[in-house]
Ligand binder design. Structure first.
Ligand code: NDP
Length: 294
């Protein structure tokens, strides 16, 4: 058996098309254009690439898109003042502060200053609390976990009620919110982490296996239950001497080649969860704009 390879790019494109039509509808009915402000502090090259692609996608969605680029020496007070002004700006419905922040700036203080109604990354303590207590209609869900659920919807349009799900990883960014969403979808969820015993056995019980560890090909193919769906969130860059000296390539947390012979469906890396994250950021910005008009 060879698994269905879940095409994250295609699912993300569908999601973007829905955002574009939702944006036109909102503009037609209420004269409101969703506004996304992306804040970048410092010159981290990877962050610059992410921010540029978020701003570009916001424009493609028809949003009002603004980018604030601040020097690495920005003080906490200056950053908080910018967030305050964006909170007060009626043209801005979503605020994203690109992480990580340079040393000297506190992430929780910074995220905590964002109006939860504009917290399109879903990382504010209030957003986390609403997600944990199942108040989905009031919160904005973190983008990568939300993307994982949309990919699962594409495999199981009838839902995942009663399925056994194992999430490997418990970060605030991915593992914990994915687990909360799976539970909300009525799966029976186990969260594994670095202290978990018998991880291979635990994984072998999973109808849905979500890997969010950050270790290249850590989850072996024979840990996958035959017929399971595997969502590989990991993005790891490893040396690829076969492509030439000094070359690298991206791999997930799962041993893809072996896992796809056991799984019913599996996300590739790249081209699986990755494209969903930015699409869900756009979906969250549209939701925030829709809620702002009731
Ligand atoms: P973190 O480093 O914050 O968390 C990793 C988690 O994996 C921790 O909970 C840790 O456990 C667990 N872990 C580490 N080693 C093991 C082990 N040997 N056995 C079991 N569990 C282990 O990473 P993130 O959650 O931020 O990211 C995870 C991966 O997802 C990374 O590769 C990242 O690049 C990728 N990612 C991809 C995104 C996308 O858009 N596709 C977006 C965000 C992240 P413990 O808590 O015990 O330390």
């Amino acid at each position: 058996m060879s698994a269905q390879i879940i095409d994250g790019k295609a699912v993300a494109q569908d999601a973007i098309a829905k955002v574009q039509s939702g944006t036109r509808a909102l503009s037609g009915t209420h004269g409101v254009t969703p506004g996304l402000a992306v804040v970048l502090v410092g010159e981290d090259p990877a962050s610059q690439v992410y921010v540029a692609s978020k701003s570009r996608m916001a424009k493609e969605c028809g949003f009002h898109s603004v980018q604030h680029t601040l020097p690495a020496e920005t003080t906490q007070d200056e950053l908080l003042a910018l967030i305050e002004s964006l909170n007060a700006d009626p043209k801005i419905h979503g605020i994203l502060v690109q992480l990580p922040l340079p040393g000297g700036l506190d992430e929780r203080t910074t995220i905590g200053a964002i109006d939860p109604a504009k917290d399109v990354d879903g990382l504010h303590d209030i957003s986390i609390g609403r997600l944990a207590s199942g108040q989905m209609e009031k919160t904005l869900v973190p983008c990568t976990p939300k993307g994982c659920m949309v990919l699962l919807d594409s495999v199981y349009p009838e839902g995942i009620s009663g399925f056994d799900a194992v999430v490997v990883g418990r970060s605030n960014l991915v593992g914990r919110p994915v687990a909360a969403l799976l539970q909300h979808a009525n799966a029976t969820v186990t969260i594994a982490h670095s202290r978990t015993r018998n991880l291979p056995e635990l994984c072998q019980r999973a109808d849905i296996l979500v890997a969010a560890i950050g270790r290249p090909v850590f989850i072996k193919g024979d840990w996958v239950k035959p017929g399971a769906t595997v969502i590989d969130v990991g993005i790891n860059r490893i040396p690829a001497p076969e492509r030439g000296e000094g070359k690298t390539r991206l791999v997930g947390d799962v041993e893809f080649a072996a896992a796809k012979d056991r799984a019913a469906a599996i996300t590739p890396v790249p081209g699986g969860v990755g494209p969903m994250t930015i699409a869900m950021l756009m979906a969250n910005t549209l939701s925030a704009a829709e809620r702002s008009v009731g």
